[in-house]
Ligand binder design. Structure first.
Ligand SMILES: NC(=O)c1ccc[n+]([C@@H]2O[C@H](COP(=O)([O-])OP(=O)(O)OC[C@H]3O[C@@H](n4cnc5c(N)ncnc54)[C@H](O)[C@@H]3O)[C@@H](O)[C@H]2O)c1
Length: 743
């Protein structure tokens, strides 16, 4: 057999042109690949090429910051667009290149990154790599052949699953579906394996390896079944389905020649790029980055921010619903966690929850046995605050009672080291009043850390700054919140902070709809579900527990308590919400009855069933002059004051910027992502002029209801004819108030 001496292999290393470890496919990276290919074409000594993104990522996709300039070119969709070295042309150049190209993938190959890999002739990867087309999450669809090449490689059904859910697959799955030719073994080097492939490929025919020139495997009949099935599962276009429906249309074109299919894909890409839902989704994506932007640099080598925190002690006081969830999060982040509860039964319940949750991670393959044991070893249950003497951080999560909380902080002030950060998970109570229970020198280390239920699942955390909270503590908490995998939004101190403060009119008005309108509980929920809110307001209240809101109203002095009159009760007030708790003991799903009935035999006791008793109560407490409300009126009466309260939070410096409020509602309250958050919705769907007019109408109708009085900021935006987002972006907001004066 004649011996073969391979020509040299050119390695194109993405990390040479980008400092971003995600290797976004911005201009510099596209140019690098493009020009490397041009040079390799000319150089006869080069026989094949490896595209390599470094050890951390191949490429996590397009550079989203370029999208706004792409939007301007949406009209050129049919002819391509004016972008330098456009990705769609780059992938064609790679696929049709005269010499073999191997993608050497370590880490993420997502979006445009996977589209580049799919156009290569061979793909090898490490075991820890992820492959996906997550574009629907940022309001677009793949636009560089992903919807055409992926079905040809993994089959149409699998490709649809990946494209419509946007969920990536791991290397094992990718190998199983032939997306990857080879997964390197633990003792192999990715680049050495890629080198062998690249040399061997010099001998092999290239035509067979050009994915775009291959046929899809499914018959016409099979395709029809797959597409019909997929279409049935998608949400309607009006309920957030625009992006996935466009993606489906693009995939449907995959049985056509690649150039035709890619044209359909590009048209659908631009449709989603310029569509309202796509813009709202991208706003939500960038809003998280804006919210998480560090307000400064945390001190170097702070124990909480060390790489290895396995020796760092932290604590949670209160092992109830929230405390045990927060404990889970801190254990997963690698800390040693003391879990303290005054009552043995509550402590045992919290520990049982942690055991059960950790075991379920193991059973679902999300955690190894060894890791699970490490977590359990790091858990220190206790009934004594004295055990917290060497903690770097303590989160208080006991019942919502100021007196009890203050008492705990008085003790913690004495027990914990002077550098220990003290936090409260209170939902509504005054952080400054709580901070007043610790010595002056400790107050800069005091803040709120408001998780959402269930704390180990929900992504959002409000970082609540008191008057004395220092910038250093804020920086530490921002970084720590990110490290534990949560989205931290810095907010100011007031009743309910941002999230629960905006919920005050929401809770009151939904119940008042029952008393003032001819509406049933399911009818009100239906209006909000149609709007796109994840759970109807009454379903959500039942899930959280009606006693929680009731106790908060008691703390506010809205409900008479222990014989004391309800001194602060607003004159227009939904009594029914208190009555069903105090008189009818309907506490929500946990007691089998709340605004709905629940029956163990139906949906494991979680399915809301219309309640005759509640229907009768609604009739009994109906106010005079009841009338029918349209669904639109329901939405306006409830959500317009919620947005108005958002404006007031901005005005008072409780929220730093409008997009922070959107992040809070998107990730803490089930606001529909395709409506971008309440402030985005007001700016872009409702229109501020209409919002102002309707608030004025409601305010005239209900002069005793302060949350309908339009905020000054809203008035200013309408007078200037700008959105509230622009008002802040243009620097028109000058008030150095609240947290804005500190950050
Ligand atoms: N439940 C929610 O949805 C939610 C969401 C966000 C924040 N929060 C806030 O979190 C806190 C806890 O709420 P929860 O729902 O977990 O309540 P919970 O009743 O489930 O748990 C409270 C725990 O505190 C313990 N406790 C009471 N007094 C104590 C003391 N002196 N020392 C130590 N432990 C004591 C109780 O035994 C109980 O285990 C409250 O401030 C609440 O407002 C609740």
């Amino acid at each position: 057999m004649p011996s073969f001496t391979p020509k040299s292999v050119l390695v194109v290393d993405f990390s040479t042109v980008t400092t971003n470890p995600l290797n976004p496919l911005g201009l510099s990276l596209r140019r690098l690949i493009w020009q490397s290919l041009e040079n390799a074409e000319q150089d006869d000594a080069i026989g094949s090429i490896i595209l390599y993104g470094g050890p951390k990522n191949f490429s996590a996709g397009a550079d989203l910051t370029e999208f706004s300039s792409l939007e301007k070119h949406s009209s050129t969709a049919s002819t391509g667009f004016d972008q330098t070295f456009p990705l769609i042309e780059l992938v064609g150049k790679i696929e049709n290149f005269s010499k073999p190209i191997v993608a050497a993938i370590s880490g993420n190959a997502l979006g445009g990154g996977l589209e580049v890999a799919l156009s290569c002739h061979y793909r090898v990867s490490t075991l820890n790599s992820q492959f996906g087309l997550p574009e629907v999450h940022v309001g677009v669809i793949p636009g560089a052949g992903g919807t055409q090449r992926l079905p040809r490689v993994v089959g149409v059904a699998k490709a649809l699953e990946m494209i419509l859910t946007g969920v990536p697959i791991d290397a094992k799955d990718a190998k199983k579906h032939r997306l990857i030719d080879y997964v390197v073994l633990s003792d192999e080097s990715l680049l050495e394996v890629a080198q062998k492939y690249a040399e061997w490929a010099q001998l092999m025919p290239l035509a067979d390896r050009r994915v775009g020139q291959q046929q899809i495997r499914e018959s016409t009949q099979e395709l029809q079944t797959i597409f019909e099935f997929a279409a049935k599962k998608l949400p309607p276009a009006s309920m957030g389905g625009e992006g996935v429906r466009s993606a489906l249309e693009a995939v449907k074109a995959c049985s056509r020649p690649i150039t035709d299919g890619s044209t359909v894909e590009l048209q659908q890409f631009f449709k989603t790029l310029s569509g309202d839902q796509g813009k709202a989704r991208r706003h939500g994506f960038f809003a998280i980055r804006k919210a998480q932007k560090p307000v400064g640099s945390p001190p170097k080598n702070h124990p909480l921010l060390q790489k290895d925190v396995s020796k760092v002690k932290v604590a949670v006081v209160g092992a109830g619903l929230m405390g045990s969830g927060i404990c889970m999060v801190l254990l997963k982040a690698g800390f040693q966690v003391h879990l303290v509860d005054l009552y043995k039964a509550s402590l045992d319940k919290g520990v049982a929850f942690l055991n059960g949750t950790i075991q379920s991670y193991v059973q679902r393959g999300k955690m190894t046995e060894t890791k699970a044991q490490t977590l359990l070893d790091a858990l220190r249950p206790s009934q004594r605050l004295e055990d917290l003497s060497s903690c770097s951080l303590v989160v208080e999560a006991v019942i919502e009672d100021m007196k009890i909380k203050k008492k705990i902080f008085v003790s913690l002030d004495k027990i914990t080291p002077p550098s220990c950060i003290l936090l409260s998970n209170t939902s509504t109570l005054d952080i400054d009043e709580m901070a007043s229970s610790v010595s002056h020198s400790r107050r800069p280390l005091f803040a709120g850390w408001h998780f959402f239920s269930p704390a180990h699942v929900m992504k959002l955390v409000e970082i609540v700054l008191g008057d004395a909270t220092s910038l250093e503590t804020t920086c530490i908490m921002q970084q720590l919140t990110k490290r534990i995998g949560k989205i931290g939004v810095v907010v100011g101190n007031c009743d309910g902070f941002v999230g629960n403060r905006l919920l005050i009119p929401y809770g009151a008005e939904t119940t008042l709809l029952l008393e003032e309108g001819v509406a049933t509980v399911p009818a009100v929920d239906k209006a909000f579900l149609k709007f796109g809110i994840a759970l109807g307001p009454f379903q959500m209240a039942d899930l959280a527990g009606l006693d929680i809101g009731y106790n908060i109203r008691k703390q506010r002095g809205w409900v008479s308590s222990n014989g004391a009159p309800a001194k602060n009760k607003p004159s227009r007030y939904p009594d029914l919400a208190d009555i069903i708790v105090s008189e009818y003991k309907r506490l929500g799903q946990k007691t089998g009855k709340g605004w709905y009935d629940y029956d163990e035999s139906v949906g494991k006791g979680r399915k809301p069933l219309t309640s005759k008793e509640v229907d009768q109560l609604v009739q009994k407490y109906a106010k005079k002059g009841q009338r029918q409300f349209s669904e639109q009126e329901m939405i306006e009466r409830v959500l317009f004051p919620l947005v108005n309260e958002g404006f007031k939070c901005l005005e008072e410096g409780i929220a730093k910027q409008p997009s922070d409020i959107d992040v809070i509602y998107l990730h803490g309250y089930g606001w529909p992502v395709y409506r971008g958050g309440p402030m985005w919705w007001a700016d872009n769907e409702v229109g501020l002029m209409y919002l102002l007019k309707r608030l004025e109408d409601f305010s005239a109708q209900f002069p005793e209801t302060p949350y309908y009085v339009p905020s000054e900021l809203l008035n200013k935006c309408v007078t200037l004819g700008v959105t509230v987002e622009d008002y802040f972006n243009l620097g028109l907001f000058q008030g150095q108030v609240g947290i804005r004066s500190k950050l």
